[in-house]
Design a binder for this molecule. Structure first.
Ligand SMILES: Cc1cc2nc3c(=O)[nH]c(=O)nc-3n(C[C@H](O)[C@H](O)[C@H](O)COP(=O)(O)OP(=O)(O)OC[C@H]3O[C@@H](n4cnc5c(N)ncnc54)[C@H](O)[C@@H]3O)c2cc1C
Length: 276
């Protein structure tokens, strides 16, 4: 476990996350930004961002790089990793990414669109009972055993190679096959069904580029496939805030940046109240 608890952990290093981090840092809060490779943000695909004041005409990649540069210059701590678990206890949050666990007093979810991604049949029921979201974390448990890799994201094939290298017998399914897969088992995984055929396995790795916040935080209220928030960007769980595309349309950089700022101010206010 990473020993240092921070005031505000921000999930996602896109425009909303960067904006929230800069504001929280300016308020004197200890901040950690934890997110997948930011260059995989949808913004990196924008050839030209035509409507962001002052920087109109910049490519999405350059705009993201400029934002990340601001973060670095401000000295905000940022770690690249896929968040696969959040546990809330005793007024703080334990957040797992790859093999590490980070502790925070509040969370700002800035995880982008796609929060409504439906889990596969059997996935949530058998999570931790043969279903894993992280090859690096759980691979060794399946050494010498037969596992299915449902490669729903770009890293699936690489992770399948890693599992093979540590001695797992791997059945790899690409995104087209994996998206219609079903995970079978009662108390533990026993098989996967793909394309009308059943394959007996000991474990199943469901590998997406990101794990939706709704899956990370059971009980988080959703609205139309997005995280439900109030006017201060507070989500339904005390101490959790959300900003950007993950809270709804329109999906726009200016909106994400504004909401990130509001969420950071609200998280700061929440901590002040709590620590009175
Ligand atoms: C082709 C294209 C063109 C666009 N053009 C424009 C434009 O001209 N103007 C405009 O205003 N907007 C445009 N947009 C929209 C804009 O990109 C988004 O509104 C903006 O990126 C939203 O920022 P965000 O921070 O909310 O989310 P994102 O930029 O999506 O960032 C979220 C980050 O969180 C990470 N993440 C999510 N879950 C996890 C997890 N479990 N673990 C680790 N990391 C995680 C994601 O990988 C991502 O990096 C465009 C989008 C596309 C696709």
């Amino acid at each position: 476990m990473d020993g240092s608890a921070c005031d505000i952990l921000i999930l996602g290093a896109g425009p909303a996350g960067v904006s929230a981090a800069l504001t929280a840092h300016a308020r004197g809060r200890s901040v950690l930004v934890l997110g997948a490779d930011p260059m995989r943000s949808p913004l990196a695909k924008a050839e030209r961002v035509g409507n962001y004041p002052g920087l109109a005409g910049m490519s999405g990649r350059d705009l993201l790089a400029a934002m990340l540069g601001d973060l670095e210059r401000a000295g905000v701590r940022r770690i690249t990793g896929r968040v696969t678990g959040v546990v809330s206890f005793g007024g703080s949050f334990m957040v797992s990414a790859e093999r590490d666990v980070y502790q925070a007093k509040t969370l700002i979810l800035a995880s982008g669109a796609g929060q409504g991604t439906k889990p596969l049949p059997g996935e949530m029921e058998l999570l931790g009972k043969g279903v894993s979201w992280c090859a690096t974390c759980d691979g060794m448990l399946y050494r010498g055993k037969r596992v299915a890799v449902l490669g729903l994201g770009g890293e699936g094939e690489k992770d399948a190679g890693f599992l093979e290298s540590i001695g797992c017998q791997v059945l790899f399914f690409d995104p087209t096959q994996a998206k219609n897969a079903q995970i079978i088992g009662t108390d533990r995984v026993t098989a996967v069904a793909v394309g009308g055929k059943e394959y007996p396995v000991d474990g199943v790795f469901v590998l997406r580029d990101t794990v939706a916040a709704s899956a990370l935080l059971p009980g988080l209220a959703m609205r139309d496939g997005h995280i439900a928030v109030d006017e201060n960007m507070a989500a339904s769980i005390p101490g959790v805030f959300a900003a950007g595309d993950c809270v709804g349309r329109p999906y726009q950089v200016a909106r994400a940046v504004g909401q990130g700022n509001t969420a950071a101010l609200a998280a700061d206010g929440y901590l002040k109240e709590r620590d009175k």
